[in-house]
Design a protein. Structure first.
Length: 111
């Protein structure tokens, strides 16, 4: 079965038919002062912890660029997926100071 969701339409006799995309248009990236980011500490199995930055509003490319800059600032690996930035290890303080230094509204969240 195809990975593309075509809403169950297999064939159309209409020559002007266009498939409708289920994807939503990417949101425009807000300026740093309007971003409301939350920094979480997520505990994974095997005594591993990950710093998670959530709440970014913008395009996937801008999210990936911000994630790359945060990983470089912390000196750690990580990834960006599902509209959040994951950084390996407990780097909440570094991430908070870096984000506020760049003008983002950020705060620690969770216990």
């Amino acid at each position: 079965m195809s990975k593309k969701n075509r809403s169950g339409i297999i064939y159309s006799t209409n020559p002007d038919f266009q498939y409708e995309s289920d994807r939503q248009a990417e949101a425009e990236t807000l300026p740093p002062a309007q971003q409301n980011l939350k920094i979480w500490l997520v505990k994974l199995g095997g005594n591993k912890v990950v710093t998670s930055v959530r709440g970014f509003i913008g395009s996937e490319a801008d999210l990936a660029e911000l994630g790359k800059q945060l990983k470089t600032a912390c000196g750690a690996g990580g990834s960006t997926k599902d509209e959040e930035i994951l950084i390996q290890g407990d780097h909440r303080d570094k991430v908070l100071t870096w984000l506020t230094g760049k003008g983002y509204k950020a705060r620690k969240a969770g216990g």
